[in-house]
Design a protein around this ligand. Sequence first.
Ligand code: FES
Length: 124
Amino acid sequence: MIEGRWVRVTECDNIPPREGRAARIGDRELAIFNLGDRFLAVDNRCPHRGGPLCDGIVAGTAVVCPLHAWKVSLETGAVERPANTSACIRTYATRVEAGVVIVELQLRAVGELTTGALNRCTDT
Ligand code: FES
């Protein structure tokens, strides 16, 4: 059975505006972005060759991968550039409570999750 679980990830202040940070939650690595008015979370793995999206450049509501400049929507996970690909990445619902970013994960089995420190991908 798959169920959603909201996981506290980090304080909002740990992610500067228009930047992303990687967050390891259990066996997953997410990229969480601060768009100024909201936070968006996606898998931290570019659908091209696995580049670290958390180190990409935020452009509107998309991120440009630092490796080969694919542009991926942070809202839908769809690749916007190049236009001729149907590749996409997983997105995660987020919310903020008391200054903390919280992400919803779909878990097959709810067990103990540990959240690691936020890092720029190149620091991990
Ligand atoms: S790995 Fe992201 S564009 Fe190539």
